[in-house]
Design a protein around this ligand. Sequence first.
Ligand SMILES: *Cc1c(COP(=O)(O)O)cnc(C)c1O
Length: 949
Amino acid sequence: MSNYQDFEDRHIGPSASDESEMLGVLGYSDIKKFIADVVPENIHIEKQLKDVLDGAKSEVEVIAELREIASQNEVFTSLIGGGYYGTITPPVIKRNVLENPAWYTAYTPYQPEISQGRLEALFAFQTVICDMTALALSNASMLDEGTAAAEAMTLARRSSRASDDAVFLIEEHVHPQTKAVVATRAKPLGITVVEVDSGHVARDGYDGEFFGLLLQYPDTTGEVCDYAKVTEFAHSKGALVIAATDLLALTLLKAPGEWGADIAVGSAQRFGIPMGFGGPHAGFMAVRTGLERSLPGRLVGQSVDAHGNPAFRLALQTREQHIRRDKATSNICTAQVLLANMSAFYAMWHGPKGLQQIATRIHGFASRLQKASSSRNGIVFDTVTVDVKNADVIHAAAKAKRINFGRVSDTEVRISFDETTTEKTFADVLEILGLSDAAATPIAVSVLRSSKYLQHPVFNTYFSETSMLRYLRTLADRDLALDRTMIPLGSCTMKLNATTEMEAVTWPEFASLHPFAPVEQTRGSRLLIDQLSKWLVEITGYDAVSLQPNAGSQGEFAGLLAIRNYHDSRGDQARNICLIPSSAHGTNAASAVMAGMKVVVIECDEAGNVSVDDLKAKIAEHGSALAALMVTYPSTHGVFESAISEICGLVHDAGGQVYVDGANLNALVGTAQPGKFGADVSHLNLHKTFCIPHGGGGPGVGPVISKAHLAPFLPNHPMDALAGPATGPGPISAAPFGSASILPISWAYIRLMGGEGLTHATEVAILNANYMAHRLKDAYPILYTGNKGLVAHECILDVREITKVSGVTVDDIAKRLMDFGFHAPTMSFPVAGTLMIEPTESEDVLEMNRFIDAMIAIRGEIQEIIDGKIAVEESALRHAPHTIGAIAGTNWERSYPRERGAFPATLTGLIPGELIGAKGKYWPTTGRIDGAYGDRNLVCSCPPIEAFA
Ligand SMILES: *Cc1c(COP(=O)(O)O)cnc(C)c1O
């Protein structure tokens, strides 16, 4: 090590001598020469990052600097409401989930046998949503309430038989940020949104065709309306009714499913997730029976494993964008799994009775204020709109007591109570308003909930901290996350999420800010956002960035929208064709459709590169209709295509714009800059390249970043003038700065590494990938290589020939890796029948060798099948993974010894101790899961209590 305080050496796995050794294996003596051979010369970075970014800081220095920034935020008691509320994260959940790498470093549960813990938690989340909304089916989280409402609109559009001219109705008292997100989504799809007063519609109907109606329940002013009549009217017109709702309110109020709503959406934020200046939180969506096949996002279902035991897995449209692409129901990939899990645990921690107590207490405050202020609100839950003489005077008086009220107009303020509200706060509120206390009134019977919820034992068992602690530990133990093993998922960049980077996330100065708090209280967060934005611009060679999109998919949509609006602004409205290579990530095509574009696929040649001939042909064919080319760079095939500049030039010459999917930026930081080699706009994945942990499938941050000419078209926000250009398309996410509370992670990473360290990380990421490709290529052919036979930061192992001669599939290999305690590489993306490996710079040589040895041992087992020593159906590969139950069972009727099932390497004679011994054996908790069974017998929430009787 160069210096014991250098973070760079902690982040990068291989030591300097490991690096030389790996270079030696590849026939190089110098890493710069090696990189020069990988990255095409015509795109080499001009200005080294070490000359544009500050030098590395130590972990102690970075924490001190973050403390200083945090101190520029002022945490008031925010009674602003509007979709964001104070909540108490139970400490047992905060420390053992939010701050626990076993939970936050896991990946999306595509490999269910090693993901049963978080799948069980997500199943519980779905059950919470179904129970509270009284609807049949919920998914395992949306990105936020605004986008959930927008997705509900498109679901209603797809499901309705109304004509293309039918409009979408939105109640005027829906939260303003939700209205704005819906408007942003509706425009490129050609959907007209009409604002209505639901009371009028209930009385007088609505002249004209509409396919959906969005209501807020309780509404943004605090009013709890009885929507039964307007719902009946909407149904009589063939329209779907969407309720944007509040889980805590539903503990007391009649559920949307009970008054006829077809879809419910909302945010689970107040179930234990800090406001975090806007996010991340789990959005949700539930639908009635009949709409399940149209539900966007991920759905956890119950199935059975090879031993007939129940087991969880992702159901139906698991990787729907990958399979359905431009026919997908939405572009959501990364969702909000970590937060969804936390909200489910919050529901378990309090149980139905505890939740009802919390809600009742909140309602008590609201009801007392309503009476005391003679508010015009009829029925309230937690929020009261109060008429005042001069709102500014009231806000100033509130400020003096370090309290924020919601801003409504010059003569009204909005006050929302929450779990954290105390009698002292309530007394302050009365004093500020010059009111005296009044008695609470119970909720009117017309909207009162009488049905039960959360009756399942999982919500009625873990009330002591001991039992909750053990439950959380039990679940975590079932999962393989980065804290146990490398997760070599290509395209996912599962690198270190350093502890120092994570520290600030739970500091109250960042965690407890309301997204609509006055600017002067949020200076620290805004400074951090400005600095991070500036650094990302320097790193990528672009000019402007928005951190608002809260996943890569949302950044894609924002970027394509910028292209579309740019064309429109120049009178080029006819440009609507988006060219996308066949190898693209499925979200690309889905995002293009959302932006109102038509997808045309470009073929790849046999070397895996975009076919320049096909590109030329398609450009010629579509001519003046060409809007954009959307490519990933380096390509999803794991190679740097040297033709990229030429490709960008061809598109520009034809009047199109170039979108570079920046998910693979881990190969570019410090080596090349999309903003300089010809691209116009990209999204980045801060949850890949910039160390935000994957959280088991979210949260994420997907900034959209562009050249100056597209900057006027980047996202903005109606409630925060500083969140984007006035000329922007409106918000992409509900909160002005998206998932703001996790931005300190990426900020800290860049600060800790400095320009030189970031560049070195990229070099080692590429070196590691090439080392693995080199060591594995004799066992498994490498599908694509670039210049000089080298790959970028990931490589694809071609298993198709092996499958042909042995019958062993990529699935078999993935499941067998579990017996070794490894997570599988990315399967069958971007090419069916292949495995894509991305080690990242954080994996050291020992761990990579362990994985390589496991893969070689598996190849040995495959050879036995090829040689006719054992049939594939009889093999350990096909029976993998092996549970302890299977191995310890009385009967063993397999064609291979028990030991070999559980301890594969010991019997293949390959470095026995190293592979498993030193780390201890990981036991998958379920045998191989039957996916088809689960899709045929869809079970996506805990059965009602009667099922146990
Ligand atoms: C991960 C990824 C995306 C999508 O990002 P999300 O944050 O999951 O929405 C898009 N393109 C590529 C190439 C990716 O690897």
